[in-house]
Design a protein around this ligand. Structure first.
Ligand code: 8NA
Ligand code: MG
Ligand code: MG
Length: 345
């Protein structure tokens, strides 16, 4: 039976934390053999292993700020969210933040700051960050808003607090939309799922700023749409190598090189795949496959984990994985509270 809505909410936020914690092991690695991924995963099932719990990184730290802010303010409040990012960074600066975003977080801590979007706009010579930091924390926004238009609008605003380049905030909107559609069961029809994402991104990328940013970065027009078309082509193929996925979609810290990749991981792993254990369910396949791509593994697995968790629900996630990762209980609690706030009549 398809999971219920509460199970999907919990799966989304817990799946995101698992991807971050489990993916941290391979962050930045160029070549990650599937054997090593499976070894890392089977160690999670070993209760006697001595290396303790896997810690979460900036991805989860900021996702928690987004959820806490939405729950406390009962709406999107950019000043409150900015303050939480700054406070969280100040309390735990060693969670692996991107080198650029640290400057923004320091400025956001100033009590004299008038415009909370200003520090992000000053990044990279005024061009703004195109990193995946807005997208990695976008999942709670997909749980908080009922309409697709609101999910897009607020995930873009939420990202703009640190990422003012349209590639950065449109990537966040794409990730939030993918989670939102998945919560509604849309992955039951994968072709329609990807087509919906393409048509939403067409609207977003028509925007003048999006056109200018793409040109300034020497990208084709409609960069997200063209990546999503590549995702669609790869979906149609019987076999796809890891190398092809990396060269067609990317595995880097730019949102353009990681959000469509995460979406592909989920779609590709809807079915059993060669090299992955038969006993693995879809969420386990999605996370293992994301790690095998190498590159920004914690963030790609975090984003794929949120989309997959929304599709398969909380009961698809092995207890041993949940017990191995820091912050799972808190994420579960945030998901339940978002459900209570926004889903009950
Ligand atoms: P960010 O805004 O600092 O962007 C990340 C990086 O992307 C920057 O440090 C730049 O190198 C590059 N970049 C972004 N925009 C531009 C631009 N306009 N021109 C030139 N270079 C640019 O931080 P973020 O929040 O987007 O980063 C998210 C990633 O950082 C996540 O993957 C997260 O896991 C983390 N991360 C940490 C490590 C680590 O050392 N632990 C490594 C990679 C990523
Ligand atoms: Mg990280
Ligand atoms: Mg990362």
């Amino acid at each position: 039976a398809a999971p219920g809505v509460l199970s999907r909410f919990r799966g989304a936020l817990v799946g995101s934390v698992l991807g971050d914690c489990i993916g941290g092991e391979f962050e930045g690695a160029v070549d990650v053999p599937l054997d090593r991924v499976l070894q890392h995963l089977s160690a999670l099932e070993d209760e006697t292993r001595g290396d303790g719990i896997l810690q979460y990184s900036d991805d989860t730290a900021m996702m928690r700020c987004v959820a806490d802010s939405l729950l406390t303010r009962m709406a999107f409040d950019e000043r409150d969210m900015a303050r939480r990012f700054a406070k969280e960074y100040n309390l735990a600066p060693g969670r692996g933040y991107g080198s650029g975003v640290i400057q923004v977080l320091r400025k956001l801590a100033s009590p004299h700051l008038k415009d909370v979007f200003q520090p992000a706009q000053a990044q990279f010579g005024g061009r703004g960050s195109f990193g995946n930091g807005g997208a990695m924390r976008a999942a709670p926004l997909a749980l908080a808003f009922k309409s697709r238009a609101d999910v897009c609008k607020y995930s873009r605003f939420g990202a703009m607090l640190t990422h003012s380049c349209s590639l950065g905030y449109n990537g966040a909107a794409l990730q939030a939309l993918a989670v939102h559609l998945s919560l509604q069961g849309a992955l039951a029809l994968p072709k329609e799922f990807i087509n919906k994402l393409i048509s939403e991104m067409e609207e977003m990328e028509k925007d003048e700023k999006a056109q200018l940013d793409a040109k300034a970065l020497n990208l084709s027009e409609f960069p997200y749409c063209s990546r999503l078309h590549r995702v669609k082509e790869l979906m149609d193929r019987n076999s796809v190598s890891i190398e092809e996925v990396i060269s067609e979609l990317g595995n880097g810290i730019a949102a353009l090189q990681s959000v469509p990749t995460a979406i592909f991981c989920v779609l590709h792993c809807l079915e059993p795949r060669d090299g992955l254990p038969e006993r693995f369910g879809g969420l386990e396949r999605t996370i293992s496959y994301s790690l095998a791509l190498g590159g920004d593994t914690d963030t790609i697995a975090c984003m794929a984990g949120a989309i997959a968790g929304a599709h398969y629900g909380i009961d698809s996630i092995p207890q041993s994985w949940q017990k191995s990762c820091e912050g799972v209980e808190e994420a579960d609690d945030l998901a339940r509270r978002l459900y209570n706030f926004y889903c009950l009549p």
